[in-house]
Design a protein around this ligand. Structure first.
Ligand SMILES: Nc1nc2c(ncn2[C@@H]2O[C@H](COP(=O)(O)OP(=O)(O)OP(=O)(O)O)[C@@H](O)[C@H]2O)c(=O)[nH]1
Length: 412
């Protein structure tokens, strides 16, 4: 019992509780975020890239609890870009990880030199359209790089999407709003607007909250933008994209429920990685005829920093066992205290708020019955004893947070 708690403290040993206050920062020790990226996601990214070319619009689904990341709260003296309201040295703009795409048609610049049979752009005269040259001399590359520099601050955002920004109409759905702190919404919206992201919908796919806003918005955006390769088609093809477990499949099911009065078309689950492959198109609306393509959730190969990874893990985007339930539970406690969300005190029967994970988990185990039977060898024979299970308590603590039982908490 003590050993496990000791391990937790060793893993997350930081400045420790400040007398009369809470930890001011969380020390992640020497944890390496690289091991949290499952390699198979590279395949998902490749599959999505192909689907992206056929899409009329992108719906990016993200978790409303991690909708503003550290760009809103950068370390002192550091900012993400010149638009930031914080002073300091700007971080470099994000670098596109995949081949840049032409902003006027769905063709990859590197894959399709002019004249390209794939390019059906009716507007651009031949050269310089798809003129291939070193990046420094290609005007398209510089445009794309510029667009990708529009950095929308979202923890764990897919880099492919940054690259595609400005090429397709884009809607950002901040899902699970029922779990996020509603007081943060205006700040998040304002910040996203400053970053050039103005089509944002907060949603709750379990109760169909705000889902009705999505189809009219998609119709308006697609109607107002050139469709080039798909001008003759009346069907709208929409790619749904986002990190694992944010509710992409739930969104599709919710739209079908509302507009077609039909049941589930795509599997939903509490673990990341339920959607395994880029699926065929799923109809969600008749007027206009709208089809959504569900995609497997993918994490960016570079998560950035450990704290970003930890937030994603708390929201269920990374498998718990890759990160470790012990440190996740401690980071959750640190966050709840930082956000002054003290519902856990009453739920687990604590006398007062606490910054030490061991007594909190002890109370979780006691109140939620997280115990285990162990056989103890004594001089007079074996004795069966009931012990508190700290790993099970940590798991319960995380489950309670994810179900909203510890309050509505925005992690960023
Ligand atoms: N509280 C709450 N839970 C939601 C909401 N939307 C989805 N969920 C839950 O979140 C979990 C993940 O939902 P999915 O729709 O499978 O997520 P996904 O993004 O398709 O997941 P992957 O297939 O792993 O990429 C499920 O347990 C859903 O019930 C929401 O708006 N609020």
């Amino acid at each position: 019992m003590r050993g496990w708690a000791g391990a937790v403290r060793a893993a997350a040993a930081g400045p420790g509780p400040v007398p009369g206050g809470f930890r001011k920062r969380f020390d992640f020790g020497s944890r390496d975020v690289v091991s949290w990226f499952p390699g198979h996601m590279a395949k998902g990214l490749r599959q999505m890239r192909a689907s992206l070319r056929r899409a009329d619009c992108l719906i990016e689904v993200h978790d409303a609890r991690i909708s503003s990341d550290t760009a809103l709260h950068p370390p002192p003296g550091v900012t993400r870009g010149s638009r930031s309201r914080h002073a300091g040295t700007p971080l470099p703009a994000p670098v596109p990880l995949l081949a840049p795409m032409c902003p006027s048609c769905p063709v990859s610049l590197q894959a399709a030199p002019f004249p390209s049979p794939l390019c059906t752009n009716p507007i651009n005269s031949p050269p310089p359209h798809h003129q291939i040259g070193p990046p420094s001399t290609c005007s398209h590359v510089s445009t794309v790089t510029l667009l990708s520099g529009i950095h929308i601050p979202l923890s764990g955002r897919n880099p492919m999407l940054q690259e595609a920004l400005g090429i397709r109409p884009h809607i950002l759905v901040l899902n699970k709003m029922d779990l996020a702190d509603p007081r943060c919404q205006p700040t998040v919206l304002e910040h996203l607007k400053q970053q050039g992201c103005s089509h944002v919908v907060f949603s709750d796919c379990q109760r169909d909250g705000n889902i009705k806003k999505i189809v009219p918005l998609v119709a308006k955006l697609v109607g107002n933008s050139p469709r080039y390769h798909r001008a003759e088609s009346t069907e709208y093809s929409i790619l749904v994209i986002g990190v694992p477990n944010v509710g992409k499949s739930s969104l599709i099911n919710s739209l079908r429920r509302l507009h077609l009065k039909k049941g589930k078309a795509t599997a939903v689950g509490g673990e990341p990685g339920i959607t395994k492959a880029v699926l065929t198109r799923i109809q969600v609306c008749e007027k206009p005829p709208m089809y959504l393509v569900d995609t497997p959730g993918v994490l960016p190969p570079k998560l950035g920093d450990v704290e970003t990874g930890m937030k994603l893990a708390l929201c269920g985007a990374i498998c718990d066992h890759l990160v470790g339930e012990d440190i996740m539970a401690d980071y959750l406690l640190y966050t709840l205290n930082k956000r002054q969300q003290f519902r856990y005190v009453q739920r687990y029967g604590l006398a007062k708020a606490c910054d030490d994970i061991e007594p909190v988990l002890r109370h979780v185990a006691l109140t939620q019955g997280r115990t285990q039977k162990v056989k103890v060898l004594t001089g007079t024979g074996n004795v069966n004893m009931t012990m508190l299970s700290y790993p099970a308590a940590a798991y319960e603590f995380l489950r309670d947070f994810r179900a909203g039982r510890l309050g509505r908490v925005t992690l960023d």
